[in-house]
Ligand binder design. Structure first.
Ligand code: DHB
Ligand code: FE
Length: 306
């Protein structure tokens, strides 16, 4: 059986991607940000997930104001980086995992969450920046360390889904993964946030007290976070702070009790408070898998990732 072994929360600031792509990671401003992810990259190398589910938001790249699904699951075999105005980022095409993705779609939709199924989709900084922060810089002609199932959430046009809906969707994803027969070790990402507002009279707003409280409760009392209404995110965390509801999908997909193994917080990167957390389920690993079976799963995953 497949298992979600850990959750990762990470901001997705586009300027972080630009700093990486343009060789600025050693500049003091950016070093402060990137050094906070060094331990996480080590953790990711050791954890070596077979598949990552990445909950992120599209910024009018794959979708436009003409059509915005609330929850869209990437079921394609691959997801090219989107052109966000400066050409596509120089990162590898993201390889998907269609078999698990369509299993999740079936399980979650039969559990009454109406996902949109995407069989062709480009992915923007919302997904590729957290991938770089956790997997490091990866040459465009090389490949990411594992296949990825993208889950795009509408947080750009009102009304976004509630935090509670996101948390419950996470629960349904957990159930879906646990009913998938392959012995896959899965890590789920919640991305976006933390507090930030990009335009309007409050542009530049950052609320560190709110952010830190959110990170504390993400570990200890996520049900409390699931009750926060939209208006509180808007008022306290800024207009774009609503991206934080995506972290609740990640948290809902984990066990009730988790171990917080790493946290990082810095202000600012571009206009945004950068938050990051790694939460591990206590029952990790795929116990039933023999060494031989594990090697077979790994060989298959390696074929898929390229
Ligand atoms: C910024 C942050 C975002 O989340 C985003 O999608 C675009 C810009 C920023 O900090 O500038
Ligand atoms: Fe954003």
């Amino acid at each position: 059986m497949a298992r979600i072994i850990a959750g990762v929360g990470s901001s997705h600031v586009p300027a972080i991607g630009a700093a990486l792509d343009n060789g600025k990671t050693e500049e003091p401003y950016w070093k402060r940000v990137f050094s906070g992810f060094e331990k996480s990259q080590e953790w990711m190398r050791e954890t070596r997930p077979d598949v990552a589910i990445i909950v992120y938001n599209d910024h009018a790249s794959a979708f436009s104001v003409e059509m915005i699904p609330t929850f869209a699951l990437g079921c394609a075999a691959e997801f090219p980086p989107a052109d966000e105005g400066w050409g596509p980022r120089p990162v590898p095409v993201v390889q998907g995992y269609p078999a698990l993705a369509s299993h999740i779609a079936q399980s979650v939709i039969l559990d009454e969450f109406d996902l949109t199924i995407c069989n062709k989709m480009e992915v923007d900084h919302g997904m590729t920046v957290p991938m770089n922060l956790l997997f490091g810089k990866v040459d465009k002609n090389s490949h990411w360390p594992c296949p990825v199932i993208p889950l795009a959430v509408n947080v750009v046009m009102y009304p976004p889904p509630t935090g509670h809906r996101c948390y419950m969707l996470g629960r349904a994803i957990r159930k879906a993964v646990q009913s998938y027969p392959e012995d896959l070790r899965v890590v789920i990402f919640g991305t976006g946030g933390l507090s930030h507002q990009i335009s309007g009279p409050r542009a530049g707003l950052i609320n560190s007290k709110w952010d830190k409280n959110f990170l504390d409760n993400l570990s200890k009392d996520p049900q409390k976070l699931a009750k926060i209404p939209h208006i509180d995110y808007m008022r306290e965390a800024g207009a774009e702070g609503i991206e934080m509801v995506m972290w609740l999908i990640m948290r809902g997909a984990l066990d009730d009790k988790v171990d917080e193994v790493y946290r990082f917080y810095t202000v600012p990167a571009s206009n945004t408070a950068v938050g990051h957390i790694i939460l591990e389920n206590r029952k990790r690993g795929v116990k039933t898998a023999t060494k031989h079976k594990r090697a077979a799963v790994r060989a298959k995953v390696d074929r898929i990732r390229g």
